[in-house]
Design a protein around this ligand. Structure first.
Ligand code: ITT
Length: 197
C-alpha cells in the first residue's frame, strides 16, 4: 500500500524517507500528488500534525504521515516553538530565523537570563482516510550555539548542539543525526507500535 508523506518541507521529506527506507514502504509526497497545504491553526505540535495528516489522508484516499516540529528555547518561554517555520518569514530564510533566536537570547541575557537550553520537538501523525489518527512525539535536548556551524540538515540545525555533543546538527552526517534526533525518536515509537505488531 501507499503512504502519503504530508509535508512540503524538503528537509523533512528527505529525513522521513531515510527513516522509512528500511521498511520498504511505497511513499509519495503530498506535493507530488498536488495536495494543497492545509491551514495550520492548531495550538500544539500534535494538533498541527493531525491537521496535516488528516488533510492528506482525506485528500488522497491513502494513509498519510505528517511531521509537525520545531525548536523550543527555554529562555524564550518555548519560542519559536510551533511558529518555528514562520520565524523564517515568507522567503523561508533560516539564517534570518537563527539571527532572531540569537537576538532574543541576547535580550534575555541582558535581563539576567543567560540560559541557552533548547529542545527540538517532533510530532508525527499517522492518519487514515476514515479520519482516525495516531500521534508519536520525540524530543532532543541541547543548547543554542553562536555562531552557527555546519551546512548539513536544514532549518535551525546549525545553531543546535545536542546534550553531550561537541558538534551541531548542522555539522552531523544524517546517520548520526538519526541516532538522536527528535524526529528519529518519534519515528522509533511509531515503528515500535505500528510496524512490529
Ligand atoms: P510542513 O508543514 O509542510 O511539514 P513546515 O516547514 O511548514 O513544513 P513546520 O510547521 O512543522 O513545518 O515547521 C517546523 C520548522 O521547525 C521547520 O521549518 C524547521 O525549520 C524547524 N525544524 C523542525 N525539525 C527540524 C530539524 O530536524 N532541524 C532543524 N530545524 C527543524
Amino acid at each position: 500500500d501507499k503512504l502519503v508523506l504530508a509535508t512540503h518541507n524538503a528537509g523533512k521529506l528527505r529525513e522521513i524517507a531515510e527513516l522509512l527506507a528500511p521498511y520498504g514502504i511505497d511513499v509519495v509526497s503530498a506535493g507530488d500528488l498536488g495536495l494543497p497545504e492545509p491551514v495550520e491553526d492548531g495550538d500544539s505540535f500534535a494538533a498541527n500534525a493531525r491537521i496535516k495528516a488528516l488533510a492528506a489522508a482525506k485528500g488522497s484516499g491513502y494513509p498519510a504521515l505528517s511531521d509537525d516540529s520545531g525548536l523550543a528555547v527555554v529562555a524564550l518561554n518555548g519560542d519559536p516553538g510551533i511558529y518555528s517555520a514562520r520565524w523564517a518569514g515568507p522567503t523561508k530564510d533560516f539564517s534570518l530565523a537563527m539571527t532572531s533566536v540569537e537576538q532574543a537570547l541576547a535580550a534575555a541575557a541582558a535581563k539576567g537570563d543567560s540560559n541557552r537550553a533548547a529542545y527540538f520537538i517532533c510530532a508525527l501523525c499517522l492518519a487514515w482516510p476514515d479520519g482516525s489518527t495516531e500521534v508519536f512525539e520525540g524530543r532532543v535536548d541541547g543548547t543554542i550555539v553562536h555562531p552557527a556551524r555546519g551546512n548539513q540538515g536544514f532549518g535551525y540545525d546549525p545553531i543546535f548542539q545536542a546534550e553531550g555533543e561537541s558538534i551541531t546538527f548542522g555539522e552531523m552526517d544524517p546517520a548520526r543525526k538519526h541516532s538522536m534526533s527528535h524526529r528519529a525518536r518519534a519515528f522509533a515509537l511509531l515503528v515500535e507500535q505500528k510496524f512490529k505488531a
